[in-house]
Design a protein around this ligand. Structure first.
Ligand SMILES: Nc1ncnc2c1ncn2[C@@H]1O[C@H](COP(=O)(O)OP(=O)(O)OP(=O)(O)O)[C@@H](O)[C@H]1O
Length: 233
């Protein structure tokens, strides 16, 4: 059983963050003035009904999208002051992203998929491969290094995706419904794996979920509804 990390240092701050999408000649207000602080080492879920704004919030947290209004700071850096290139560099270095449908490259095996996240940073190939192998062993896939995604189960693919997100040693991992495509037993195993990595590596984990079992076993929950933060505990 892993213990929880007590988080204290402020990592991410949202101040009055709104996001409005333009849909034809209609405006969709997906987020309406979100104030949120996330501490380093946190293990938290963003919960809310379909269409409440969870993915929009995760895309802003992952620096994939920019807010319409408000300020986002990471380690006291105001993200709006960064150029697109600086933002990409910051994201590659500090943020690991886990997608619901894994987003693995089908023609690459598990080792190559994970190593790829380092190769794009220009790190020498032998270093990429040895770091990828180490993290795959840590997520329990030491015997599946040379399996391609088609030859892995859903839970194993998600482990590869988590290894790929962690291999760059980011300060935060952001995951959009990381257990949604998995049966409930495998989903809980993935949750336990993320908890263990949060504890051993002190990586901050932020994920969206609909799953009550997950909501009941995280450190913090942020509930959003209709683009508003309605509760956090
Ligand atoms: N690119 C877009 N263009 C226009 N409207 C969008 C876009 N993306 C999201 N929306 C709208 O913004 C609102 C919030 O969507 P979002 O995907 O963030 O919700 P969600 O809570 O993640 O939903 P789900 O749980 O179903 O994935 C919804 O009304 C959605 O239709």
């Amino acid at each position: 059983m892993t213990q929880e990390v007590i988080s204290t240092t402020k990592l991410i701050d949202f101040e009055g963050v709104s996001k409005t999408y333009q849909l034809g000649n209609q405006k969709v207000q997906a987020l309406k003035g979100i104030d949120l602080t996330i501490n380093s080492g946190d293990f938290m879920a963003i919960a809310g009904p379909s269409g409440s704004g969870k993915s929009t919030l995760l895309n802003l947290l992952a620096l994939i999208d920019t807010p319409t209004n408000g300020q986002i700071t990471y380690n006291d850096i105001d993200i709006s002051t960064l150029s697109d290139n600086q933002k990409t560099m910051y994201r590659n270095k500090e943020i690991g992203i886990v997608f619901q449908n894994y987003n693995l490259i089908p023609v690459l095996d598990a080792l190559e998929n994970v190593a790829f996240a380092l190769q794009v940073q220009g790190i020498p190939n032998h270093v990429c491969l040895s770091r990828a192998e180490k993290i795959l062993k840590e997520v329990g896939l030491g015997t599946h290094l040379h399996h391609r995604p088609a030859n892995l189960s859903g839970g194993q693919k998600q482990r590869v995706a988590i290894a790929r997100a962690l291999v760059t040693n980011p300060s935060v991992v952001i995951a959009d419904e990381p257990t949604a495509a998995l049966d409930s037993k495998t989903g809980m195993e993935i949750l336990d794996l993320m908890k263990e990595l949060n504890y051993t590596k002190h990586t901050t984990f932020i994920f969206s979920t609909h799953d009550n079992r997950i909501i009941n076993s995280v450190q913090h929950v942020v509930q959003i509804e209709d683009g508003l933060l309605i509760n956090q505990y």
